[in-house]
Design a protein around this ligand. Structure first.
Ligand code: NVA
Length: 366
């Protein structure tokens, strides 16, 4: 029996990874937490239903190519088993008319050491998304005697979990930014809610973004669940839609992080990095002015890269500014076309979830 699951950060040598699939993806109907995150000028507003087949096929072609590039670089690739996502989600507490996708595994699965935990997402449409990964979790469980297969406490997601009418269509960008600065988000604090992509793992320290998808009670839950790790709540005041940390604050190797220049980590939160000689560098500007059609994310997917080891990174093929910066920072760049996959839930980091990286639990912030 072999050790299959081990990962403490996003930069040690990657040996095994999950790559998502776009099959049967649906744009979910509005619900209390999702409508707050679709920009008012987005073509997606008010729209829902299965995504057009040709877009699914194009996304899958790019996901398959990413899997091939990873395998060519010595990484074992596992894939989820998509469900028919166009089905309602009904629990004793709520009903919503469809699920979404299993393209961004990073939102659902959090790997810490030999444990993979399914998250406590605040979107009702994502309530059963973890099922697509259960066949893989079961396989790891059977083959790796040290694998800890975990599910975080399921939030009930009743109406009490959300502030209703939190965003009005007419709310200005300035007001949104003010709310982010005041840490006033759509979710309430009645129960812990978090997306795995809000958690940045740096060995003994977890940096967790407090925003639209992860609340303060989740931070408290993490502190109690991992008493040997140090949990830091972080905020990025320049982000009008703060969801997921991986297009905002992205580590490349021990001691080096790129930070979105429009969403800078506040001075007081930088202190721990500076005190430990970490360099925080402004990320290069994205090559594109707009995300692709029907995409939830911003152009800053440019920095949502997948680090293979301390010297190698996969970035989106058209992001030439980011490629140039990576080169200057001493990284070898593997370009992979991925914009057709963006609408399904993000870029190269989002589309993957760590299973095995070499290395152990380092203490970078002594
Ligand atoms: N809120 C982020 C999501 C990144 C995965 C963005 O769109 O910039």
């Amino acid at each position: 029996m072999a050790k299959i699951v081990n990962s403490w950060n996003d930069f040690d040598p990657l040996k095994r990874v999950i790559v998502g699939r776009a099959d049967f993806s649906v744009i979910p109907p509005e619900e209390p937490a999702t409508s707050e995150k679709v920009p008012v000028d987005s073509a997606m507003r008010g729209m829902w239903g299965p995504r057009p087949t040709e877009t699914v096929e194009k996304a899958n072609a790019q996901l398959d190519y990413l899997a091939k590039v990873l395998e060519d670089n010595g990484v074992t690739v596992d894939r989820p088993e998509p469900l028919q996502w166009n089905q309602p989600v009904i629990t004793p507490d709520f009903r919503t008319d469809s699920m979404m996708t299993c393209m961004p595994p990073r939102d659902i699965l959090l790997t810490i050491g030999s444990e993979i935990m399914a998250s406590a997402n605040s979107f009702r449409c994502r309530y059963f998304e973890y099922l697509a990964y259960w066949p893989l979790m079961n396989k790891y469980f059977e083959e790796d005697p040290e694998f800890k297969w975990t599910q975080a406490p399921r939030p009930r997601l009743t109406d009490a979990s959300y502030k209703h009418n939190y965003y009005d269509e007419k709310i200005s960008l300035e007001e949104r930014l003010e709310r982010t600065a005041n840490k006033d988000f759509v979710t309430t604090e009645v129960e812990p809610m978090w997306d795995a992509a809000d958690v940045l793992r740096l060995g003994k320290d977890l940096f967790i973004q407090h925003g639209l998808t992860t609340n303060r009670k989740a931070m408290e839950w993490f502190k109690r669940y991992y008493p040997d790790l140090t949990v830091h709540a972080v905020n990025f005041p320049g982000d009008p839609y703060p969801i997921h940390i991986d297009a905002t604050f992205v580590p490349l190797r021990p001691g080096l992080i790129i930070n979105n220049p429009q969403r800078r980590l506040p001075e007081e939160q930088r202190a721990i990095f500076e005190a430990n000689d970490w360099q925080i560098v402004d990320a290069a500007m994205p090559a594109h002015k707009e995300p692709p059609p029907l995409c939830y994310s911003s152009v800053w997917l440019s920095m949502n890269c997948l680090v293979l080891d301390h010297k190698t990174v996969i970035i989106e093929a058209s992001e030439h500014n980011q490629a140039e910066q990576m080169d200057k920072l001493g990284m070898n760049v593997i370009p992979v076309p991925f914009r057709d996959a963006y609408p399904f839930g993000g870029a190269l980091h989002c589309a993957t979830a760590d299973v095995y990286r070499e290395g152990g639990c380092e203490d970078y912030f002594a």
